[in-house]
Design a protein around this ligand. Structure first.
Ligand code: G3P
Length: 217
């Protein structure tokens, strides 16, 4: 399973990259705003800064909601850097734009997916990635992980190559459960990734090893 970090915070991206397990970055307009990155020029520059930190794919989201606008914006985003993946919303024009980009060999990430029907459409339109938001489904008493397993089942039935990018991951157990189900990618906060490190027996075992070493030296 690929690990993407879901942030526009450059320090957190650098920390995840330095850990050596980072495969890419996802962002969205809310994450950009959270970092105080506003205005089209600043946002475009920020995408390039992110690409220069990481080796993998960086999702950059269009703001337009009509086909022509999405195509124009998406082409400009894709031209920014070879690592950019054009992120499109799961609406009718987003599906059309996904097919357009797929036919042109431009990689896409269809976002805001909350149902298997939407997942089918994204795959049919040739999306590179599709992003089901598991945390937001959990928020409304619906099992986000169950959606991931249903999509996995359907994609495997037909050999769809669209990668399931489990998004809106909120905590460490989401990552582990996504790996059990067979999501291709997960994107989450740095805290959730770092949570995978933690075990008290690792800490106490290391403390004991170091204490025993000191006794003999
Ligand atoms: O990857 C999608 C993500 O940014 C949404 O996460 O926590 O706002 O539901 P959240």
């Amino acid at each position: 399973m690929k690990f993407f970090i879901d942030t526009a915070n450059l320090d957190q991206i650098k920390e995840a990259q330095a850990l050596g397990v980072l495969d890419g970055v996802t962002t969205n307009p809310s994450l950009m705003a959270k970092e105080g990155i506003t205005g089209s020029d600043n946002i475009l520059k920020h995408y390039v800064d992110i690409c220069n930190i990481v080796d993998g794919d960086v999702s950059a989201e269009v703001i337009a909601t009509d086909f022509a606008g999405m195509v124009k914006e998406g082409e400009a985003l894709a031209a920014l850097h070879p690592q950019i993946v054009v992120k499109l919303p799961m609406i009718a024009d987003g599906v059309k734009a996904c097919k357009y980009f797929s036919d042109k060999g431009i990689r896409t990430n269809v976002t805001l997916i909350f149902s298997v029907g939407q997942a089918l459409l994204a795959a049919k339109a040739g999306a590179t990635y599709m992003s089901p938001f598991i945390g937001r489904l959990d928020d409304i008493s619906t099992d986000g992980l169950h959606l991931i397993s249903e999509i996995r089942h359907i994609y495997d039935n037909y050999g769809f190559e669209t990668q399931i990018l489990a998004a809106s991951v909120r905590h460490t157990m989401h990552i582990i459960d996504c790996a059990k189900i067979g999501a291709d990618v997960m994107t989450g906060p740095l805290s959730a990734i770092k949570g995978l490190l933690k075990h008290p027996l690792t800490d106490s075992g290391l403390a004991q090893f170091l204490a025993d070493y000191q006794k003999g030296n």
